[in-house]
Design a protein around this ligand. Structure first.
Ligand code: SF4
Length: 1005
């Protein structure tokens, strides 16, 4: 947790890094020694385009990161001249860490980013030219739907806004617009297409079908145009815009394009099979030539994001854009046993001829290079095909099999069960509970359905609306209040008779206990429930929703209970809760007034719009538990034993469901391959699932999943195992006695074993983490391991807003567009949150103080307008066996090359002596000094704390002794964390300011 006066870190712009020579760059050996011949060829490819076809488990990330290191080591490019693009933050982080291990000094100049983050940075760097402000809000898909809904009657809609059900097409409209963005179809393009349709209809008046077809397109094109205009007017952009507008910017501004081209000598794209049309266009524009130094890495057989716009044609047609491209095919698989690879290969060949292998005449057959586990007989068949009568038999058998495997010495975490949809996980989870096997579920959706999150949503709704009986019922019967559903039903019946709400009925029962339909104990619970509703309703007038929610979970003791439970049964529930808090916070920031009624309405709309965020994303080695995952979540992971369940037609492959409003085929730029696209994509998904298995793969299915007709085994199983279509498979059926016996067992969720020791795993630590651990290891555990949400404090609000304004000031200064004082104040207002203050007067007093502080800052800057070299510059550098990460608020390099790193503080320090002492003693500054030294081979010349309230700066040198002491402190925190030592270190002063004191059993009050 940041200390109250520590200014928070914002994901913002990074100034162009300096291009100093790095005389001491030396790569960690051995860079090439452990690579196969083909991997080495890919890594050491010289200039010109290169396509690396990297099959599953062939060391794709190793190759791409070694290539970056090799380019740097061979001095073909400085780190800053390399751009590596990928898809997820997690992939970008992993790549960054791996490069970091290979290149000892200064990889930070290498831009390793997702497409969206890279586009976003470009747009914010050139906000003026892009016609945006540098505060544009990015809307998610669900928020895009909400936006459409808010502006529904400003859109030129008719047939797609039926007055009886005006929101019916909103989702489909948002999808259509996203698809158009992904395909680089502008509103003008769509308009021209619609006009051509109208003209064609006019030219053939005898063909009424043409006229009928043209009308909808005219309406949709007009809607797209209006949507775009509204988004710009409201300073909003969507996910597609982050890349699409960046592409437009580069097309329309040759100087910006020239600067970006000059900046990057080598461009690498990871997971190339997942790029959409716009992303590839962006890459082509940036590289500028068919002979450019572009390396793409991908596997067409693992392309599984067509529903997100991924264009398989990009990888299949790479050579059309880069005819001189060299290619390397990686087929040595370091993960799975050969029979698993052979079966997967048999399956995927059914996608021919729309595969690279068939198109380019390659051989993509994977060859097993992994060593079999000791004890696994070489001849033993690692694939099992199991058939069952019913889905519950199948789920029970999977659970029993895992339980037996655990009894024989395996870890629960060695097993993964893959399900096609989130819903398919339920029976498996129930059976695992019965078998008392701990599990973790990672779905691509389902956060709002998790009991702990549902309870929070019901609480908000029930407080907001006393008439909302459904939410009140949910709350009353939740684990927190625990009323017996039968008692609540009695109250509901009474409510129905009187035509009142459930809450009113409970109040009546509470007021006249003698007439209440239930006993004394339930009445006590009812009183507690009503008191809680009353208390929070009163609070909701003054407090933000986040504060309200936090008060509810902490004052009820629920947070404390979950925190204690997390020690035994894992952090999943708290992590889900933390994720929901993030959503509330994000939605609050989109609202003009984030009080309860508005926030609840926003949440309802979000859920109604189909927002279905994934559950908490815990690392696969967080605790020892079976991994139950959807296929999309399993991509990139591997497990010794994989069980694929529910393998029947109509479940896997699923039925194709096209878009309600598809983008007209004439506008789709992707050269669509022949054949059934949906079936081919499902087959690739199946292939991805099979290739997750290292040692054993179980394929299972059942005849009866509750429908009317018996199910057939999935055609993919037949294809993979090369079975004739009508293969009879004997089903396994437990005895009746065994079935009955199962129901006697408790269905309580078993405990997850604590995380395995972190052993030698390197850690990535920020100053905040080190400082929290050193202060109290238990505080570290609550804040950084379990990530218990904490309420927003007024100190935090004050610090954030000041920081945001100062940051924009410097950014504008660096772009040569200095800010006026009113503009600076406007930035403060925009970043201000009305949360955490004692009263309105308190808030006003703080805001006035902040304005005055900025006024002083602004005046000082006018007198001495020194432009920083960088603001908000990220770093992540190796330190011993671990790494430290963070951001420098500000870096200044004077004409003599003297470097000063400054951290802005919002705490009230008014005398130079205290400022100097705080600067000297600051561990944060010392860590920044260490990081700078690791990056540049020498420490900064000065470290400074700038106290914004008073304008006073405290400066101190980065002496070797001080940096060595800081390195020891980081190492000691890392060692404790690695060893899992989280004993509390209570003291009155520590616990007094600790945000976890309400739930910490060791707190001294
Ligand atoms: S309340 Fe005290 S003992 Fe508990 S985590 Fe916080 S500082 Fe540590």
């Amino acid at each position: 947790m940041p200390s109250p006066d520590q200014l928070p870190i914002f994901a913002e712009l990074v100034a162009p890094a300096s291009r100093r020579a790095r005389p001491h760059l030396r790569l960690q050996p051995p860079l090439l020694a452990d690579l196969t011949a083909r991997q080495r060829r890919a890594v050491t490819h010289g200039d010109g385009p290169l396509l690396i076809v990297a099959g599953a488990g062939t060391g794709k990330t190793t190759v791409i990161t070694r290539r970056i290191a090799w380019l740097i080591g061979e001095k073909l490019a400085s780190p800053g001249e390399i751009l590596a693009l990928t898809f997820t933050d997690r992939a970008a982080l992993e790549m960054t860490e791996r490069v970091d291990e290979l290149v000892p000094y200064g990889y930070t100049d290498t831009v390793i980013s997702t497409f969206h983050a890279w586009g976003d940075r470009l747009l914010r760097d050139h906000a003026l030219e892009a016609g945006l402000s540098d505060r544009s809000t990015v809307l998610s898909k669900a928020e895009q739907v909400i936006f459409l809904r808010e502006h529904l009657f400003e859109l030129p809609l008719d047939r797609y806004r039926p007055l009886g059900d005006p929101t019916r097409f909103l989702h489909a409209l948002a999808t259509l617009i996203s698809r158009a963005r992904d395909e680089d179809v502008t509103p003008a393009d769509y308009g021209a297409f619609a006009a051509a349709q109208v003209a064609a209809a006019a030219a053939s008046p005898d063909d009424p079908a043409l006229g009928e077809a043209a009308g909808p397109h005219v309406e949709l094109a007009a809607c797209y145009t209006a949507y775009q205009a509204l988004m710009r007017r409201n300073d909003r952009i969507d996910f597609g815009d982050q890349v699409g507008l960046a592409l437009d910017l580069l097309r329309e501004h040759p100087t910006i394009l020239a600067a970006e081209r000059a900046r990057y000598r080598y461009i690498l794209v990871d997971e190339f099979q997942d790029t959409n049309h716009v992303q590839f266009e962006l890459v082509k524009l940036l590289t500028g030539s068919p002979r450019a130094n572009l390396t793409v890495v991908g596997d067409d057989d693992q392309s599984i994001y067509r529903f997100r716009g991924a264009a398989l044609s990009n990888i299949l047609g790479f050579r059309d854009a880069y005819p001189a491209a060299a290619s390397v095919v990686l087929t040595d698989n370091f993960r799975s046993r050969q029979p698993i690879l052979d079966a997967a290969y048999r399956l995927i060949r059914h996608n021919d001829p729309d595969r690279l292998e068939a198109r380019e005449g390659l051989d993509k057959r994977l060859v097993a290079r992994a060593h079999a586990r000791r004890g696994a007989a070489a001849a033993e068949m690692p694939i099992d095909l199991l058939a069952f009568d019913t889905g519950s038999d199948e789920a029970d058998a999977a659970a029993e099999r895992i339980a037996a495997s655990v009894r024989s010495g395996r870890r629960a975490g060695d097993h993964a069960v893959l399900v096609r949809t989130n819903r398919d996980a339920d029976p498996i989870l129930r059976s695992l509970n019965m078998a008392r096997v701990p599990w973790r579920f990672a779905g691509t959706a389902g956060l709002y359905r998790q009991p702990e999150v549902r309870l929070l949503v019901s609480f908000l709704r029930a407080v907001n609306d006393p008439e909302d009986s459904v939410s009140c019922y949910d709350l009353a019967t939740s684990e927190l209040f625990g009323l017996d559903p039968r008692d609540v039903t009695l109250a509901l019946n009474a409510a129905a008779r009187r035509r009142t709400s459930l809450e009113a009925a409970l109040r009546a029962a509470s007021a006249q206990p003698e007439e209440a339909p239930f006993g004394r104990r339930p009445l006590e619970v009812v009183a507690r429930l009503l008191a809680s509703l009353d208390q929070h309703r009163a609070m909701s007038v003054e407090r933000t929703t986040g504060e309200l929610l936090y008060h509810f979970i902490s004052s009820s003791g629920w947070l404390g209970r979950l925190a204690a439970e997390a020690r035994q049964s894992g952090d999943e529930r708290l992590a889900n809760m933390a994720r929901f808090f993030e959503i509330v916070r994000r939605q609050s920031s989109l609202l003009r007034d984030d009080r309860l009624p508005f926030l609840v309405a926003q949440l309802d709309t979000l859920i109604e719009a189909g927002d279905d965020p994934s559950t908490a994303d815990l690392a696969t080695d967080d605790g020892d538990a079976v991994h139950v995952l959807t296929y999309h979540r399993a991509k990139g992971l591997e497990f010794p034993i994989v069980i694929m369940v529910g393998l029947v037609d109509d479940r896997f492959p699923t039925r194709s469901r096209g878009d309600l409003l598809p983008l007209p085929a004439e506008l789709v730029r992707e050269a669509l391959p022949e054949g059934d696209h949906h079936l081919a994509e499902e087959r690739r998904l199946f292939y991805v699932g099979m290739t997750r298995a290292r040692e054993e793969l179980v394929l299972s299915w059942a005849r009866d999943y509750g429908g009317r007709t018996a199910r057939r085994m999935s055609q993919f199983v037949l294809e993979a195992l090369d079975l004739p279509p009508a293969t009879p498979v004997e089903s396994l059926r437990p005895s009746v006695a065994e079935r009955l016996e199962r129901h006697q067992r408790p269905a309580r969720r078993p405990a997850v074993a604590p995380p395995p020791s972190l052993a030698d795993r390197p850690l990535v630590l920020s100053y905040g983490q080190v400082s929290d651990y050193l202060e109290c290891p238990a505080k570290y555990r609550f804040g950084h391991l379990i990530r218990i949400p904490t309420p927003v404090t007024h100190q935090l609000v004050y610090g954030r807003a000041l920081h945001a304004a100062v940051q924009v000031f410097h950014r504008r200064q660096m772009a040569g567009r200095p800010m006026s004082l009113p503009e600076l104040h406007a930035e403060l207002d925009a970043a201000w949150e009305s949360a955490g203050f004692l009263t309105r007067q308190h808030e006003e007093a703080r805001r006035t103080a902040a304005r005055e502080a900025l006024e002083r800052f602004w005046s000082a800057q006018q007198a001495d307008p020194a432009t920083p070299t960088a603001v908000e510059l990220e770093f992540s550098v190796p330190l011993g066996r671990d790494r430290v990460r963070g951001r420098y608020d500000r870096v200044d390099t004077d004409p003599d090359g003297r470097v000063t790193i400054t951290d802005y503080k919002s705490s009230d320090v008014r005398d130079p002596a205290t400022a100097a002492r705080r600067s000297r003693e600051s561990l944060q500054l010392a860590i920044y000094g260490l990081a700078w030294e690791a990056q540049h081979g020498r420490p900064p010349d000065e470290l400074s704390l700038h106290f914004l309230e008073s304008g006073i700066e405290g400066r101190s040198p980065a002496t070797p002794k001080r940096l060595a002491r800081a390195a020891e402190q980081v190492a000691s925190a890392a060692e404790g964390i690695r060893a899992g030592r989280f004993e509390a270190q209570p003291s009155p002063s520590r616990c007094g300011y600790c945000p976890f004191r309400e739930i910490c059993p060791d707190a001294i009050r």
